[in-house]
Design a protein around this ligand. Sequence first.
Ligand code: RIB
Ligand code: CA
Length: 313
Amino acid sequence: MTRRLILDVDTGIDDALGIMLAVKSGFFQIEGITTVNGNVSLQQATLNTCKITEFLGASSIPVIPGADKPLIRKPVFEHRVHGNDGLGGALLDMQPSKRPEAGFGPDFIVETVLRYPGEVTLVMTGPLTNLALALHKCPDLIHHVAEVFFMGGVAGGLGNITPTAEYNAYVDPEAARTVLHAGFRKLTMVGLDVTRRALLRADDIAKLTDPRIREYVADSTSAYFDRYEERNGVRACAMHDPLAVAAAIHPELVTTKPYYVDVETRSELCDGQTVCDFQNRLGRPANVEVCMDLNEQAFIQLFVDTLNRPEAG
Ligand code: RIB
Ligand code: CA
């Protein structure tokens, strides 16, 4: 069985670091990277993803644009966090020769999973719109995908865009609901509960041995560090999306527990809140493996060691 991967991204600063980790790890045959509106517009996320894959010498990986807006809501860009360009101003002048594919992300997900039944892992690091559209097109997807990891939601903590909601779930809660209710055999939620503890710091960046990569990571995260310090009192970059990638490569980095998880879609205050039924109050079967703990030191070490590997992939 070949380990195949589709990454779904709204490239953004941490999505780009997740792409780097996936490409440099060589763990998966990366069948393609689908893009979605989220941190920035679909067009910008797609351009950023082409920049990053070309920067890594991985231009052969197809980049396939997906949804340019949530299922029913308006986009909620996050330029305050990711900058106007989405990469914190890094690679700003780069004009990649790599172009996106002509297809549509959700169609690519369906076609690839059906072509390689049981072999494709999906790692979703943006709003879940593309996977929801893929499920609308092919509900049987759940029987043919190897497993799904998504960076999103928060099981037991505070939100990061509203008091109760994590950004990816908040942008498209209807899509998140479709995914949570689809019946995936293995659906792992890599939520803020663990990702806000996966912090990249300046001395970790200093350990990157390739000057090009070290300079990119420092450039793309420098303003993020400032904002993170303003909001959280520590100079760091929360590695939300890279942790979702790392969990797919080394599941032992995180500790998960099965729970029933749902998402609010009809609330004035709490839309996008993921509700984890820790006490089984609802009596419904668990639908998600919820990440409850992580080995932060091992994760950061994996990130640095992987980016220090000489070859791409
Ligand atoms: O809440 C963090 C998530 O929202 C990350 O995926 C980040 O890139 C943004 O999309
Ligand atoms: Ca993201």
